[in-house]
Design a protein around this ligand. Structure first.
Ligand code: SF4
Ligand code: SF4
Length: 458
């Protein structure tokens, strides 16, 4: 019985392109009965892809105990993205693209990445490049290249002290943790120095930390590290290996206190440093914790976090965004709205008088083997033979295929069938506003309902 189910599942997956066949019957229903909705202009991709995220390689020089790359290995059979995909297949997308970011594994270990970045800056100088890295291999040539080309860099540093790194980040029983920690920290410092020399500290890397029972004691220190590094923003992710992603409460009650601490720091640092941490919060935890923090007297919080406030004295989320825009204009790069700058794909757009997540209209993520999806937090990966083969890809046809139209239509109806339940932008399940709204005074952001752009009031 199981075998027959698997065979049917494989056939359906092949027919629809989705790596996970669990939506197949809905797709068939949509195909048969959704003829009108399929033609609705809002469901169609309008050719305005502004953010492309390339997952270049599944190789990595670190051994984090919570790494989720292994979870995808059975699906992603090719470890390195082919140069053909990078230079040729994706080329039609580059003309209108605003941001090209690299992620997954340690992408700078991809043998072609450096030359590819040089190719992009020479041939598409208007595109803003960005990369995620654990910073271990972010050596001088990368520091120089990134600083010279206004790259948006993110470092997943995960800990402040080496002890905590070895205890809560590096896999037990594997050598190399201490050397990796020290090298990453040194590279991050050196990169800051390059930026400082060029007076471009507004491009200081954003940093992130995974919170588990071993790293939790360093949450406040990590926030201080972000402030002292002038980090563009600071992200925290609750360790999914310790908490069920779709469960209502933390397994470990001590994590509720950590969440409270994050919310308090976010309130104190409003308008100064963007803190992101709502992606992996169990769904029932956020609202009561937020209500508790909102009820705390401002003075009390400011006293409690005086050390953070001192470090943040010169910081301004909007001021730094403006500086980055100034540099981008000087370098003739694309201008970004504040939402595109802080949230390349994870922000709302107004479409047909509705507010929906921008990703299915504006963003795309590509895996090394040619799998695609709109956003890295979606459940399914979509495969077409055209992307993985050497044929020329008809992107308009692919992004207007039944599967993508179905997703857009459902999201316009308020259903987010492919999205993680805990995504802050998923209106079906998340009871709280997005991080950005907590970190920035609402009056500073105007979302235009006509051109999808978010601008900053001068
Ligand atoms: S740095 Fe990232 S990709 Fe590398 S092992 Fe750690 S979590 Fe995995
Ligand atoms: S998971 Fe869904 S709602 Fe969340 S950012 Fe991605 S596409 Fe948008």
């Amino acid at each position: 019985m199981m075998r027959i189910k698997n065979i049917i599942s494989k056939i359906l997956t092949r027919l629809t392109g989705f790596s996970s066949p669990y939506r197949v019957f809905e797709l068939i229903h949509y195909w048969l009965f959704g003829l009108f909705r399929q033609r609705q202009p809002e469901a169609l991709w309008d050719g305005k892809l502004s953010y492309l995220r390339m997952r270049l390689t599944s190789r990595c020089n670190c051994r984090c105990r919570f790494c989720d790359i292994g979870r995808h290995e059975h699906k992603v059979k090719i470890r390195h993205m082919s140069t053909h995909l990078m230079y040729e297949s994706c080329r039609p997308l580059y003309e209108n693209l605003k941001q090209l970011h690299f992620a997954y594994g340690e992408c700078i270990l991809h043998p072609e990445m450096y030359d590819f970045c040089k190719f992009m800056t020479q041939n598409y100088p208007q595109i803003i490049l960005g990369t995620e890295s654990n910073a271990v291999a972010f050596t001088e040539r990368w520091q120089q290249f990134a600083a010279d080309n206004l790259m948006m860099v993110h470092f997943s540093l995960n800990a402040v002290s080496c002890d905590i790194y070895l205890k809560g980040v590096w896999s037990p029983g594997i050598d190399g943790g201490e050397a990796a920690f020290r090298q990453a920290r040194q590279n991050a410092q050196d990169y800051l120095e390059f930026l400082r020399q060029r007076t471009r500290l507004c491009f200081a890397p954003s940093i992130s930390m995974v919170i588990n029972r071993d790293t939790a004691p360093e949450v406040r220190e990590f926030c201080k590290l972000a402030l002292s590094m002038k980090a563009r923003w600071c992200s925290f992710y609750f360790d999914y290996t310790e908490n069920g992603l779709a469960e209502p409460y933390f397994h470990d009650a001590a994590m509720s206190e950590v969440l409270l601490e994050l919310m308090k720091m976010q309130r104190v640092l409003k308008d100064k440093l963007l803190l992101n941490f709502r992606l992996l919060i169990p769904l029932q935890e956020a609202s009561p914790a937020q209500a508790k923090v909102n009820a705390m007297p401002e003075d009390e919080l400011r006293r409690e976090y005086d050390d953070l406030l001192q470090l943040a004295a010169e910081r301004s989320i909007i001021g730094e965004y403006r500086q980055r825009e100034w540099w981008r204009k000087k370098f003739r790069k694309h201008s970004l709205s504040i939402l595109e700058d802080l949230r390349p794909f994870r922000h709302e757009i107004h479409l047909n008088k509705q507010c929906v997540c921008a990703a299915p209209w504006r963003a795309l993520e590509i895996f090394p083997d040619g799998g695609v999806r709109s956003c890295c937090w979606m459940k399914s990966i979509y495969y077409t033979r055209a992307v993985s083969s050497r044929q020329r890809v008809n992107w308009a046809k692919m992004l207007n295929s039944l599967a993508f139209k179905y997703l857009r239509n459902e999201m316009l109806k308020g259903n987010y069938p492919e999205c993680m339940e805990c995504c802050p932008l998923n209106p079906n399940s998340h009871p709280v506003k997005t991080d950005l709204q907590y970190s920035l005074s609402d009056s500073n952001i105007i979302i235009s309902s006509t051109n999808f752009e978010a601008t900053v009031r001068s």
